[in-house]
Design a protein around this ligand. Structure first.
Ligand code: C2E
Ligand code: MG
Ligand code: MG
Ligand code: MG
Length: 281
């Protein structure tokens, strides 16, 4: 009966909740040890110019290899790392690792262009974040212009005034700033005028199937690209999976793209082999 069904639903719901709470505690605990145990790795996804497919840079994406659970993707652990505060230490590791990798490729005469690192709200809000970035750039000896930070709209909105001053400091260091997942943040657009942003990354939800999408969706995407262009912001289309999507975006004037059509994120050695060419002496 309906009553029994209702009880079952309820029991399942509680069980799921309990399971997820246990999982959460386990994950928090596992995350605490993961850095010391060196269970993390950075993988790199190319960013390309849409007109000729040339490499324009790369994005560092975190991967966690847990001894029992195997590969765990960021969608499963970043939130937990943020809520437990582990993200601050983790983010520091990510930044250091990415800078050292870029430097290493440089030394081998194989520059990957700008290297992008994702930064979450809690890291950005952490006092001393800008100082830390400056120190790390100095320590590794990489030119600030080679580093790009990707921030989400929600990370900026949680403390707009705080974010504005940190962003200005980062900008003064000479690095570039990108808005990640642009168009999904349900926020006011006014920050685009107020903050020192260099680039927007148009969210994959706008890109998926765009070549055969209804005209109004195509118009919306074109309008977003025109907005970026008029504000003199570069634009990267995220999540390009087909040549048709790539062609559409190129025709619509989007300068840069990223997605499985070009490559998923791959480990450093594979990135070097597939995308970096030695500069001829
Ligand atoms: P994001 O920064 O927007 O990264 C793009 C995500 O889309 C990545 O997932 C990437 O693997 C995936 N992706 C790339 N191309 C395609 C495509 O063509 N199709 C589809 N379906 N997906 C594509 P990933 O690596 O699982 O990362 C998820 C999110 O986790 C990232 O979204 C980012 O917000 C966060 N994240 C990843 N690494 C870090 C990190 O080092 N620090 C912080 N704070 N967050 C990170
Ligand atoms: Mg990103
Ligand atoms: Mg993104
Ligand atoms: Mg996205």
């Amino acid at each position: 009966s309906a009553k029994n069904a209702g009880r079952n639903v309820c029991r399942f719901f509680n069980q799921d909740l309990l399971t997820s709470m246990v999982e959460r505690r386990q994950m928090e605990e596992a995350l605490r040890h993961a850095l010391d145990n060196m269970e993390f790795e950075l993988h790199y996804q190319p960013k390309v110019r849409l007109d000729d497919g040339a490499l324009s840079g790369c994005e560092a994406l975190l991967r966690w290899h847990h001894p029992q659970w195997g590969w765990v993707h960021p969608s499963r652990f970043i939130l937990c790392a943020e809520e437990s505060g582990t993200i601050v230490a983790l983010g520091r590791w990510v930044l250091r690792q990415a800078l050292m990798q870029a430097r290493q490729w440089d030394m081998a005469g194989q520059s990957p262009g700008a290297i992008a690192v994702n930064v979450s709200a809690l890291e950005l809000a952490h006092p001393g974040f800008a100082d830390h970035v400056e120190e790390q750039l100095d320590a590794v000896g990489l030119a600030p212009a080679r580093l790009q930070l990707e921030l989400t709209e929600s990370a900026l909105m949680s403390d707009m005034r705080g974010a504005a001053s940190v962003l200005q400091r980062l900008k003064n260091l000479g690095l570039t700033l990108a808005i990640d997942d642009f168009g999904t943040g349900y926020s006011s657009l006014s920050y685009l005028a107020d903050l020192p942003i260099d680039l927007i990354k148009v969210d994959r939800s706008f890109v998926h199937g765009i070549d055969h999408a209804p005209p109004r969706r195509q118009t919306l995407l074109r309008a977003v690209l025109a907005l970026a262009d008029n504000l003199q912001l570069a634009a990267v289309a995220e999540g390009i999976e087909t040549p048709q999507e790539a062609d559409f975006l190129n025709d619509a004037g989007c300068p840069l793209g990223q997605g499985f059509y070009y490559s998923c994120a791959v480990e450093a050695s594979a990135f070097r082999q597939q995308f970096l060419r030695p500069i001829r002496a």
